[in-house]
Write a new protein. Structure first.
Length: 54
């Protein structure tokens, strides 16, 4: 069951999950528009978006 796997991963691999979520959070901060706070999954999408604020 998926829920069993999730329980196992959370209980036995907490540090790995915490590190992974910190990396994801930092990546999201880097790819967030500083003006309207919209998030982008790729850097070039953010770059293209920034031209809309000019």
């Amino acid at each position: 069951m998926t829920s069993d796997l999730v329980f196992h991963m959370r209980s036995h691999h907490k540090k790995e999950f915490a590190a992974e979520s910190q990396v994801r959070r930092r990546r999201e901060e880097k790819l967030t528009c500083p003006i309207c706070h919209e998030y982008f999954r790729e850097r070039h999408h953010l770059s293209r978006h920034m031209t809309s604020h000019n």
